[in-house]
Design a protein around this ligand. Structure first.
Ligand code: FES
Length: 151
């Protein structure tokens, strides 16, 4: 089937089966590799993107169901001139990524948090990222990066 998807401000016409996960369309059709395949069942957060500003697990969201929504991937956070987003700069400054596989999802979840709660407590940050898994154990640096971005 054919449907439209608006990703990072651009609208694309997609041809895919009705149940194709958004993650596959982003990576395989649109070449947007920020969102990662981790568990594939909505448990780890590596595939997180934003749907109308709210976190969405793209591995379990059928792309065809997302027409009419504004989708944002990690690639969409940078300014048009390439300037990194404050969260991206803070994650780099705090060396929050070790293998960094989880980082795109962490950053997008943090972006959603900071839009709702510009000055989050540490407990707010930990709650927002509770369902995002980091196998390297970089959680404390990730929390510090989000605190830095919120300043
Ligand atoms: Fe989507 Fe793990 S890959 S939640």
């Amino acid at each position: 089937m054919a449907f439209k998807l608006t990703v990072n401000g651009k609208t694309h016409v997609i041809e895919a089966a009705e149940d194709t996960p958004l993650l596959y369309v982003l990576r395989d059709e649109l070449g947007l590799n920020g969102a990662k395949y981790g568990c594939g069942v909505g448990q780890c957060g590596a595939c997180t993107v934003l749907r109308d500003g709210a976190p969405l697990r793209s591995c379990i969201a059928p792309a065809a169901s997302l027409s009419g929504h504004a989708l944002t991937t990690l690639e969409g956070l940078r300014a048009p001139d390439g300037t990194l987003h404050a969260l991206q700069r803070a994650f780099l400054a705090e060396q929050a990524g070790q293998c960094a596989y989880c980082i795109p999802g962490m950053i997008l979840a943090a972006d959603a948090l900071l839009r709702e709660t510009p000055q989050p407590s540490e407990a707010d940050i930990r709650a927002a990222l509770d369902s995002h898994l980091c196998r390297c154990g970089s959680h404390n640096r990730i929390v510090r990066a989000i605190q830095r971005a919120a300043k």
